[in-house]
Design a protein. Sequence first.
Length: 302
Amino acid sequence: MSPPAHPTAPLNKDQWQQRARAHTERIDALIGPYLLDRRRGRTHPVIDFLFTYYSARPAMVRRWHPGYGTALAQAPEYLALADYRCRDDGAAVVAERVRERRRPLIEAVGQMLAATASRPARFGCFGLHEWAMVYRTDTPRHALPLRLGAAGTDQVVESMPLRCTHYDAYRFFTPEAAPRNATALSRAAQHRHEQPGCLHATMDLYRYCLKLGSLIPGELLADAFELALDARTLDMQASPYDLTELGYPPVPIETPAGRSEYVHRQSMLSRRGEAVRDRLSRICGDLVHTRETGEELQVNPG
């Protein structure tokens, strides 16, 4: 085992406060009006998903962390957080026990990222997973009108093949829709089917950053969150629901033009996801490597 390296110099107060402020301002620019409505008790069928489904509070996304191995000078507010410890020089740094406790998670995330990246992106699903969730049911997941009505929605599902590769979408298919999928998916086999063209695999990059928490630099969490927000927007625009009054014009995947638009936007999101996935994968690898060698890790947020 290599001996521990000398602690890295901490970010001074001006440096880390500037990064923390930029992070919070970035998140507020993305969802500021939503946060105001949320405080007033209002719900939102598109953005709520990023907090309810992923079990996150807005405060978790708005809080900036430097990431494991980056120390902060003059940062008593971080020393008050459970994940941080005080170094001998007085700087705040994410505690070693946090990485040790999350080691199984780090390895699991790294394996899923590698498995997903190992496959070519597929763009032929056209977002039909949302349609499969309301196929032949009287109880849609959202209290929203269906653009084509129940019969029209069912007809779209019956007119095109279902090619969903993401288990956490597939598991919400109606009993009548599930057998129509090209593959019967399962949690146990999830790592064998995830592929980088899937909107939900892209959104899950945000999930992984949330789960890894203070080990991940805030800039990467913000990138993953913005990407998930854009993916969720396309997801619902291409859904059978009518969200026009909320400012989300439909992407009518039941038409050739709509499918073309969906594939174009899906491929753009996939390319952005590739960059985020690569950075997150490298950080997971570095976190595991650091445990084995005892070296100090300086995470690069970019």
